[in-house]
Design a protein around this ligand. Structure first.
Ligand code: PDD
Length: 275
């Protein structure tokens, strides 16, 4: 079942207007929320971020958070999915193509759930990544629909036989194309501060909470490309990737080239917390 513009309907009945500003301009925001055991994981954090993204780009949410919660509850109940995710997006609405906002236009929400199994092989064995220039705008904290730089970075990774691209601005590592990035050096976890240059990942926040509880020291401090030759462990975090170890960067092994002990500890804590 899909939710589109005030109604629940089968996918076949969703007819999106070519005048939707999401289609013309990528003028909208989105969230991806994980479903574990038929429940939305960290729903509150996702909805708080959704409201912040909307406010930052001046979209008025078409519903209250209570109404959105009721819509999501119904989608989850009807889909009966135990393991998967919920995708939702809100665009600035419909109207003839014109860059400036069109007065009195209602934002349009689309939401649905899909089944997904956990990426067990990658969680166990880790992934290879490449590094690439971060060519995105300066509002990466907004979970905006326009993802062209992310799409191109991810595609470059695939074309080089890797699974993810780690982005950097003039040598300063920000995050990955669809995940946050963390490294471990001498027992300390480092990740880019939650400012306008990265998406404030929900998984990132959960991992930092778990690190604090487990007395794993962390610093929200950016590292540079040249620091990568001297790290002990690395991993990416996201709703879908959870905590995926990074075992190779630009063809060079991270540590011994296998997931390290701090990564394993955090994976275990995350699994206990999420499942
Ligand atoms: N992406 N950074 C970027 C650029 C992302 O696109 C994502 C998630 C994250 C991790 O955020 P979270 O932990 O809240 O999932 C970080 C989603 C899943 C996507 O675009 O499909």
């Amino acid at each position: 079942m899909y939710f589109y513009q005030d109604k629940f309907m089968p996918k076949e009945d969703v007819h999106i207007s070519p005048d939707d500003r999401g289609y013309y301009f990528g003028d909208g925001i989105y969230e991806v929320i994980r479903i574990y055991k038929g429940q939305l994981f960290e729903r509150q954090r996702h909805l708080t971020r959704l409201a912040q993204s909307a406010a930052e780009i001046r979209i008025s949410l078409p519903y209250t958070i209570e109404q959105i919660n009721a819509i999501l509850d119904k989608l989850i109940a009807e889909s009966n999915i135990q393991s998967g995710n919920l995708y939702m997006q809100i665009t600035r609405g419909e109207g003839p193509r014109s860059h400036a906002f069109i007065p009195n236009t209602e934002a349009v929400m689309l939401a649905y759930c899909t089944e997904m199994v956990r990426p067990l092989e990658q969680l166990q064995n880790g992934i290879a990544v490449i590094t690439i220039d971060d060519t995105r705008w300066l509002h990466c904290n907004v979970k905006a629909l326009n993802l062209i730089p992310n799409v191109l970075a991810k595609q470059s990774a695939f074309e080089q036989g890797a699974k993810e691209a780690i982005l950097h601005r003039d040598g300063v590592i920000t995050e990955a194309s669809i995940a946050n990035f963390m490294v471990i050096k001498n027992g300390i976890l480092f990740t880019h501060p939650a400012n306008n240059l990265i998406l404030h990942g929900v998984t990132r926040a959960v991992v930092l909470d778990l690190a604090a509880q487990a007395n794993i020291p962390y610093e929200e401090k950016a590292i540079r490309l040249e620091d990568l030759s001297d790290i002990d462990e690395a991993f990416i975090t996201s709703t879908n990737a959870e905590i995926t170890p990074v075992i190779q960067i630009d063809g060079i092994l991270v540590g011994q080239g296998t997931p390290g002990p701090v990564t394993r500890k955090l994976q275990q804590l995350y699994e206990e917390y999420a499942q």
